[in-house]
Design a binder for this molecule. Sequence first.
Ligand code: AGP
Length: 590
Amino acid sequence: MCGIIGVAKRRGNAVAEVLEGLKRLEYRGYDSAGLSVLSGGAIATVKRGGRVSGLEEGAAALSGGVAIGHTRWATHGEPSDQNAHPHTSGAFSIVHNGIIENFAELKAELLADGAEFLSQTDSEVIVKLIDKYYKGDALSAVAKAVERLKGSYALAVLCRDFDGIIAVKYKSPVVVGFSESGVTLCSDVPALPAEVTSVCVPEDGDFAVITAQSARFYNSSLTPVMRVRRPVFLDQFNSGLGCYAHYMIKEIHETQRTVRETCEGFFRTVDVKRLSEYVRGADRIIMTGCGTAYNAGLAARRFFSDRCGVFCQVEIASELRYFPPRVTPATLVLAISQSGETADTVEAVQELKKAGARVVAVTNCGYSAITRVAHMVVPVCAGAEVCVAATKSYTGQLAALYLISKLSCDVFDAQSELLSVCPRIGEVVKGAERAKEIAALCAQSKAVFFLGRGIDYAVAVEASLKLKEVSYVFSDGYPAGELKHGTLALVDENTLSVFVICDEALAEKCLNAASQIASRKGKVAVITCLDGVAEKLKGTATVWKIPDSPLNLSPFSSAVALQLVAYHAAIILGRDPDKPRNLAKSVTVE
Ligand code: AGP
């Protein structure tokens, strides 16, 4: 939530690089954007409500070797020019990601001192405090100011008297990247420029003093500290849209590659022996995450219940954090997060780790906060996922969790079984016409219900999230058996019910439910990998027959089919599927 960037260049103009970085960071928020540049001992700022592209005209006249930028997801104050970052005061300009919980009390104190505020943001108090404490030493002033803050903050600070950037990290993410041309700080690794060859990840409480030549790190008492510099290869993260109209459809098409690379990454990087000891020795498995990551856990629970014989539960991280179950040193927590930065998930697993559980992070971002909490990391190798709606990362999470679940059995089988999903996914992505047909029904409906039983129910819940997120059509996902316990009352000719039917043992029951809906004039669509469903529902439902699949592997293709439906519904309704209103990709605040 909110992206920050700071660039200190040896030669040339940092403004263009900040603008490019902000475009890469836009998935973290896109309510407003701004940048400040230092040139000849003066700071110039341009900021606007709206997207980063709106800055380009104002920024064209600016240049300088050191600049900071921000793209915002509003927490305090509406998206507007005034509330956009950077915020400035006296010699300083700052960008902030996080939340200052005690801003009201600090603001009252600063107002009593005679300070004037131009925005409704919590962030503006930070720059006012820094300015208040400034006596010629910028680092000390920043340190004194952050001592007063409660909450979370990743800050980049420009001071007109210092040819560099001061950064601070506490609970919000920041990385520092190094390249031939200088030093870049950024909210996360995938948004760094491609020429960056190594990164340092500051710890909570760290300050970084960044110039075009170097970055020096200090702990919260301003004692110099060493932070490990690790190599990175960023080309894969910055591949752009290519021939696709949107990242959502591009990323859906990258699903097969994600499954293959996740499988390869698992056997290349994971200590399989140690992980199987965790799985086999577990007294129970708790999977946790938010949104789509939670939904991946819902589907994966079926993998574990079939194979491990160990009790497995799935919990929403924001709930788990405040109502933690009792754990033992043998409890295995699988923390699922694409970004690895979701505050609710990171905090929840921190609690469970403190209580003694083993934590394994299943994540797409190797340098993220969750990897620093976990005892072990299982990589999801989806590459950068730019679209706010998670698509290939969901399937990548399923792949990683499938492999983990198989550790109690014969893991070598698992690899070939898992890779067998790729040609089926390939067939599904060719089915655009079917997807468009069902998408058109979604777009015409006042509500869309997704139903399934067993593992199909888990897919239905994710399909519902995807549709509502990118098309803004109201939808709900629930177990098909619940229909007659209440939801049937909502069915009429303006609603669509989409069934996922891949479990042969439960198919008849779902078909009955579909008939009950059709006889009440509700529209029905079905995604199925079973033969004969279309014939049984002839004349009453739109049926998309996807390739046959073993039950536990069916979510890999049924979920992709439903992602395509959501994408096309968004396009029919004229939405931007990559940047849905009010959302951001990394939810780093509670
Ligand atoms: C899904 O399309 C959403 N973008 C959202 O639900 C997301 O999955 C959730 O915020 C969790 O994010 P994470 O995987 O980065 O932790």
